[in-house]
Design a protein around this ligand. Structure first.
Ligand code: SF4
Length: 77
């Protein structure tokens, strides 16, 4: 079985660029206030989700592995 990821968007940081929706259309949605949120708070690990987090211009997206709690993104300093 593949890894599961917990995905979160910090709404106070998100600037509504929509780039995450472009990178992972199944993973993110913009709400009426043009703030992104994950479609599901937990989802199967996916390259597109990681690409969305990496592509966010303000690093509003964080990913944590379910179970181990390991931080997938952002990378630790
Ligand atoms: S890419 Fe980042 S700033 Fe842009 S909508 Fe997604 S979370 Fe918000």
């Amino acid at each position: 079985m593949g890894d599961r990821w917990r995905v979160a968007v910090d709404r106070s940081v998100c600037v509504g660029s929509g780039m995450c929706v472009g990178a992972a259309p199944d993973g993110f949605r913009l709400d009426s206030a043009r703030r992104s949120h994950p479609v599901e708070p937990e989802a199967d690990a996916a390259e597109s989700t990681l690409a969305a987090a990496e592509g966010c211009p303000v690093e509003a997206i964080s990913i944590t592995a379910v179970g181990s709690g390991e931080v997938v993104f952002p990378p630790e300093e």
